[in-house]
Design a protein around this ligand. Structure first.
Ligand code: IMP
Ligand code: MG
Length: 434
């Protein structure tokens, strides 16, 4: 059976949670492979509305194994909070497993994330402030503390003592911040370790054993591919190592690239971005507000799941999307939030950029160039009928069908699923992978 990876194709918040939720119906194992609690999924089902930041979206199916892989930066306090909340609402977490190789977000990571943004001033990244970037930086610098270290109090004492002096020097001398006390930190993390112990496992083996038994494994991306350290809009990217691209999935779980048969990319029918950084198709004014506040009264507007920040809004950028399709090797696309476009007189798609009089059909590398791009649009007629009750492609308004077909052609990837509302059944399934 295949291993399928689901990635966000744009800058995150494309609606991966609900797509994973749909794909998870057939899977035996659902595994998160990157990022940390900077990411957030909103899932609406019969038990209510859930905001998940660490726990995989497959948790709502009692028979599935859920894995938090080695590539995830784990804030144990946030993870325990999610587990408590799920259990309180009757969701069983006994088949949830946490990799012993995952790196922990420590108190200094959160402190440094906030201090560093302040120091950057006007050049701030607009991070989520959850300590995720500094955690990955320490992972790469070989100063990380991992889940396995938290399981042994003596090892935890040793690891915290080894790195805390360095971290406090950075906090005080570089940033002028307050040092972090050893005792409070150790006691907290020892207790987190005690509570998380039943969940800790060799998750790489769990995933590969299931795969070799012929079971269906779903790898769940977080964030979005255009926030990738290498291929994203550097330096306005996230520091996740491995990144949330399809290529990152193999490393973040511990499978080989040839074990992954299929990559599904989730794209919104328009674009959003939270935090700073170039965004060629960004809109200001009435249309942006209309798209942002669509469904706001039901908590469905374009406001960050993690930080509550209003998301920046723009037209669908087919140049960036095609780039993302190509470097993720996507076999299919899920196009979400089509219903949000209902009622617009016309809809634009960016098909190229103009830069200093030159036409570009690719995404340049430098943030300086990226921020000077002028989008070239193709304008398509909108549709008046609501799409939220439609369940077959052929029943969509012809203009909506034309919009989807044009997106597929421009990005060179078929749309296997189209979502027209937040609930499980508000989806048009075009291709049987769903
Ligand atoms: P960090 O990941 O908190 O360091 O933030 C770096 C950038 O990535 C900021 O622009 C964040 O808003 C953005 N970001 C990180 N994770 C997500 C996500 O899951 N969805 C959307 N944006 C994200
Ligand atoms: Mg999100």
């Amino acid at each position: 059976m295949p291993i399928v990876v689901v990635v966000g194709g744009q800058w995150g918040d494309e609606g991966k949670g609900r797509i994973v939720d749909l794909l998870a119906r057939k899977a035996r194992v659902v595994a998160r492979y990157s990022a940390g609690n900077n990411a957030g999924h909103t899932i609406i089902n019969d038990r209510g509305e859930f905001k998940l930041h660490v726990v995989p979206a497959g948790i709502f199916y009692p028979e599935k194994t859920c894995v938090i892989g080695n590539g995830v930066a784990v804030d144990p306090e946030v993870l325990l909070g999610e587990i408590d909340n799920l259990e309180a609402k009757g969701v069983d977490t006994s088949k949830l497993f946490l990799s012993d190789r995952a790196n922990l977000i420590m108190p200094w990571h959160k402190a440094i994330d906030l201090l560093d943004e302040k120091l950057r001033g006007d050049a701030a990244i607009g991070t989520t402030g959850k300590g995720v970037g500094p955690c990955f930086i320490d992972k790469v610098a070989r100063r990380g503390i991992r889940v396995a270290d938290m399981m042994e109090p003596e090892e935890l004492v040793h690891r915290i003592r080894t790195v805390l002096d360095y971290q406090n020097r950075v906090i005080t001398a570089v940033y002028g911040g307050e040092p972090i006390a050893f005792e409070a930190c150790f006691e907290k993390y020892q207790e987190f370790g005690r509570r998380l112990k039943p969940y800790v496992a060799d998750t790489q083996a769990i995933v590969l054993d299931a795969h070799h038994r012929g079971e269906y494994v779903l790898l769940e991306g977080a964030q979005g591919a255009l926030l990738d350290l290498d291929h994203g809009t550097y330096e306005y990217v996230t520091s996740s190592v491995p990144s949330s691209t399809s290529g990152g999935a193999a490393i973040g779980i511990g499978v080989g690239p040839t074990d992954i048969q299929r990559a599904v990319g989730v794209f919104k029918s328009y674009c959003t971005r939270v935090g700073n950084g170039p965004f060629a198709t960004e809109l200001q004014g009435a249309i942006a507000e209309r798209l942002r506040d669509h469904g706001k009264e039901f908590g469905r507007g374009e406001y960050g799941t993690t930080t509550g920040r209003p998301r920046r809004i723009g037209w669908f950028d087919a140049v960036a999307a095609r780039y993302s399709v190509r470097f993720n090797g996507l076999s299919a696309m899920a196009l979400t939030r089509l219903d949000v476009l209902d009622g617009l007189p016309s809809i634009k798609i960016c098909t190229a950029y103009e830069l200093d009089g030159e036409i570009l059909r690719t995404v340049p590398a430098s943030a300086a160039l990226l921020s000077r791009l002028r989008p070239i649009y193709e304008e398509l007629p909108g549709w008046t009928d609501a799409t939220s009750e439609v369940r077959n492609f052929d029943d969509l308004p012809p203009q909506a069908q034309a919009f989807i077909r044009r997106v597929e052609t421009l990005v060179e990837c078929p749309a296997a699923l189209i979502s027209v509302g937040p609930s499980r059944e508000q989806a048009i399934i075009v291709n049987p992978i769903f």
